[in-house]
Design a protein around this ligand. Structure first.
Ligand SMILES: [Zn+2]
Ligand SMILES: [Zn+2]
Length: 163
């Protein structure tokens, strides 16, 4: 039986500290170097905008921000850059994010809550979800490397509006 009181969910609303920012940028540079991906000012700008955003932005959200500095950048370039970043493991695509892909620069284990009304994607941490047991029959067939829980529902902001 599960002891429900043991469940805890921490919503993370935080700003990125200077140290964390430097750490992320150094990981970014290391991976680019390892994968032979040239760090162009545009690529760096796309990555920075993604790490500054806690809203799991789409390619077009990031395009709107980056084009302020690089007026001739195209949405297609932003799209392709994000897919490349995802392929080499710098960022990841948020599963179940609906029509347009949403991106996450946070690589450490965490889970998502998506609001079906406003499409906000909120991070949360839960140790028990990280350690969730895989069914034996599934384990016999597949190798599970990542466990992520996606919750869906109505967020606190939208809940208030409904009343
Ligand atoms: Zn909402
Ligand atoms: Zn996330």
């Amino acid at each position: 039986m599960t002891n429900r009181s043991k469940y805890y969910i921490v919503f993370v609303i935080m700003k990125l500290g200077k140290k964390e920012l430097e750490k992320k940028l150094s990981i970014f540079k290391d991976i680019c170097y390892r994968e032979g991906l040239k760090i162009t000012p545009q690529r760096l700008a796309i990555y920075k905008e993604l790490i500054y955003s806690f809203e799991h932005p789409s390619a077009s959200n990031l395009y709107e921000k980056v084009k302020k500095y690089f007026s001739n950048i195209s949405l297609d370039t932003v799209n392709r850059t994000l897919l490349t970043f995802n392929r080499i493991g710098i960022i990841r695509v948020v599963e179940g994010s609906g029509n347009s892909k949403r991106y996450d620069s946070k690589l450490e284990p965490h889970h998502h809550f998506r609001c079906v009304r406003c499409n906000r994607i909120i991070d949360f941490y839960n140790k028990e979800y990280d350690d969730i047991e895989i069914p034996a029959e599934f384990k016999a067939k597949f190798i599970v490397t990542t466990k992520r829980i996606n919750l869906e529902g109505v967020c606190n902001k939208c809940r208030v509006q409904v009343k």
